[in-house]
Write a protein that binds this ligand. Structure first.
Ligand code: SF4
Length: 225
């Protein structure tokens, strides 16, 4: 349990205190989840992009069950670009929204071939120009495939950021900006993964396990959600 040297956030918490509290929370998260990393399986930036596209509104487990056969059949952008969405659908039928995801995956692969020689680009602007790729997906790819310091805000990161008093925003882009202002760039990728780990294991959306949460002394929402 971390020492409670900084009081949990109140409306009047200073920026300095919030930063210090965030540092203590990150230290506790590092103790809890030293190996926090993406739970999606992939080997290349292309596979990272496709797996991330498929994971929207679906579990990582369901994506990981489908991608070995998908990537064996379509190992790179050139192979997937030559397929039709109907040919791809059977590989991802067990994943939610598989029809639109098959369409987006093939369209994305074709654009990768047309614009980027089959490679996945490494900038936010180029990534978000791809079909079905929003800021969150682009941030995941930048961080996980290329190690670019950034914070992808998914449902877990957004919820945790608000409960921990790091942000009052509901717009993921604004939460991302709040987190980036609060945390050091070197901690951004870890913070993203660790908040997801904690959100999946302890700070659940409907019923957070505050009684078992070692962040409680540092969390303004402890016992109040
Ligand atoms: S104390 Fe409760 S609300 Fe705060 S992070 Fe832990 S589980 Fe979530």
């Amino acid at each position: 349990m971390p020492a409670m040297t900084v009081k949990p956030r109140t409306a009047r918490e200073s920026k300095r205190n919030r930063r210090e509290r965030a540092g203590q929370i990150l230290a506790e998260l590092a103790r809890l989840y030293p190996d926090a990393a993406t739970e999606l399986d992939f080997e290349t930036p292309f596979q990272c992009l496709i797996a991330t596209l498929l994971s929207a509104q679906a579990t990582d487990v369901s994506v990981n069950l489908a991608t070995p056969a998908l990537f064996a059949a379509y190992p790179d952008a050139h192979a997937l670009a030559a397929a039709t969405p109907e040919e791809v659908e059977p590989y991802i039928r067990t994943i939610g929204l598989f029809r639109s995801k098959a369409r987006n995956a093939v369209a994305t692969a074709r654009l990768l071939v047309e614009r980027h020689g089959g490679e996945v680009p490494g900038t936010m602007e180029e990534l978000t120009a791809l079909p079905g790729v929003g800021r969150k997906t682009a941030n995941v790819v930048l961080a996980n495939a290329y190690g670019v310091p950034t914070i992808a805000v998914d449902t877990h990161v957004g919820r945790l950021a608000r409960r921990l008093g790091f942000s009052e925003q509901t717009d993921p882009d604004k939460v991302e900006a709040d987190l980036k202002e609060l945390l050091e760039p070197d901690d951004w990728i870890f913070a993203h993964h660790a908040l997801i780990f904690h959100g999946r294991r302890v700070c659940h959306a409907r019923k957070p396990s505050c009684a078992a949460c070692t962040l409680c002394p540092l969390c303004p929402s402890c016992g109040k959600v």
